[in-house]
Design a protein around this ligand. Sequence first.
Ligand code: UDP
Length: 329
Amino acid sequence: MAVLVTGGAGYIGSHTVAALLERGEQLVVVDNLQQGHKAAMLGGVFYEGDLRDGAFLDRVFCENAIDAVIHFAANSLVGESMKDPGKYYHNNVYGTLCLLEKMNEHGVQRIVFSSTAATYGEPEEVPIKESDRTLPTNAYGETKLAMERMMNWFDVAHGMKYVSLRYFNAAGAYAGGKIGEDHNPETHLVPIVLQTALGKRPHISVFGDDYGTPDGTCIRDYIHVSDLADAHILAVDRLRKGGDSGIFNLGNGTGYSVKEVIECARRVTGRAIPMVVEARRAGDPAVLVASSERARSELGWTPSRDGLEDIIRSAWEWHLANPDGYGDK
Ligand code: UDP
């Protein structure tokens, strides 16, 4: 049986494809290549197309013996989602509806879903637990929450089992520097800091140093992308064994401030990395740190690349070897 990976040419998708291939899984990858990179896929049978195209999905399900889906395909930029929420509802929510309906039609009853800490919004307390309030502060988080709720009702009605993985701050790159993070435009802290180290940007803009944190900059929970990839495999295993639906946070449980990330990148790269403090970015909570106890106890997940230095070093190897990313956009 094969695992279908939607959005497998994207950042976290391609790292999960790499981990599944290492495990010897049969893979089918679907991506519309809007954001993804063909070169990021290290294997599997590839179909270029969109989840909203029913005839296309019929072909994918008919031509392959698929028993589980890992669903990454979505737009994921907070800022863009505030300017163009319709795009997010169409691609993320409607795209997921199309996928679930086709899974149901073709008798595929297991889905692992790429969710986000943005479903929580401003936390009431940290570390954040899965049972905490979900009140997204942006359209992106709202669509991811809607997709989770949709899966819940497909479970109730059709017995389709899901595992939703709520990522905190994914960073780093696959060991060996073959694949890594390349977004266009890039908005994430770690790649922007490393592009600054490479001299591709004049400085890193720090979005606010007047938060109520020890150094005034925002605190986030950085988790290695390959540790995230491992969690998807454990989630597929859980569903294949007949395990129940569930929602799991994925983070390290340790927070680092923006300034600490920059300091760490200076140590790892040996470069100066100029920094300029600017205004706060709209919608940024001061502190986001995960409690991943549930993933540890119920999925047996143990992040093994959990030091910030290890995460930044792996990302730096990718950036040094690929200063222009995949060079295809
Ligand atoms: N950030 C920053 N400068 C940048 C990009 C990000 O100061 O150029 C900050 C951002 O305000 C947040 C943290 O770095 O506090 C992580 O941001 P990122 O966009 O990487 O992830 P998010 O936490 O928004 O998912």
